[in-house]
Design a protein around this ligand. Sequence first.
Ligand code: TRP
Length: 352
Amino acid sequence: MTISEGSLETLSERIDSFVLAVELEACAPAFDRGLRAEVLAGLARPQKVLPPKLFYDAIGAALFERICELDEYYVTRAELSILRAHADEIAEAVGPRAALIEYGSGAGVKVRLLLDAMSAKGTPFGTYVPIDISREQLVRVASDLAMEYPLVPVLPVCADYTAPLTIPDLPEGVRRVAFFPGSTIGNFHPDEAAAFLRRVRHAVGPDGAMIVGVDRRKDARVLEAAYDDRDGVTAAFNLNALARLNRELDSDFDLGAFRHRAVWNDGASRVEMHLVSTTAQRAHVFGVTVALAPGETIWTESSYKYDEFRFHRLVRQGGFEVHQLWTDEGSQFWVALLRAARSRSDDHRVRR
Ligand code: TRP
């Protein structure tokens, strides 16, 4: 879908245009065959694993919002404080008329800080492209934003950004800036994170940039508490992965026979989230029997933490370079501005 300046005259046209954009993208149902196969393959491995995507149904999303408010979970507060303190500089660095492409737009809280700063700078033709797997939330948030920022065209894309996806056509000469807050980059294993960055690099092109939230390495006790809070909200969030298999995937896990465990693995620089089986048990997942020994775990998620050395290495592998790092008062978190590094294919393009 192509838009050009001035082609979206009225609010209702604009709303029609984004509803159309959402409808045009085939949004796969949550439990398609691919995800079923992924679940079964993961549960068949010597160290059982489940895909983190399972966390984010409506219940998981609500639990995650509660996690963000926990005393122990500093991540969201630290990132918001950086975005609040430096939104102006970030907007300046993004430049006028840029298209902001958000990978996993969620509730749209963070992007408002950038859109406010960009509007204050008078960048009326900036475009916002939210990408999210949760269609309902995407449509709601996109329509709210279109009304709150009548000068910013909103072009939502309903898709799983962990797979290759198509960005809607944007007007010629518009700079593309990816936005990936939340330290979600840390939920990829490093080689997956590099592959993801390379896909983003391809999507934003040679003049592109990326604004990414990164959680920093810190004291193990702080990290373990952040992922295993007193009130058990994170435990409930983790268990929701199994609860969801029971609800939606014809499975019969005994939820009472699992415990949440978060451990810091210093060598790998990650917090690992596991569900520990407290007994010998068998569960059935679409007819396939899954046996667990007492103490055996299902590894559900990792959250990698970066220092400058590790982060620069990742960014380089991803085809970007670090242009600027902003941190919070407690030096817990970074918001990084990355710029596309030159690649051979760009040179080729320039020579032609
Ligand atoms: N991106 C978040 C993080 O790594 C996701 C998250 C927070 C999470 N708490 C969790 C994932 C608990 C699994 C379990 O910080």
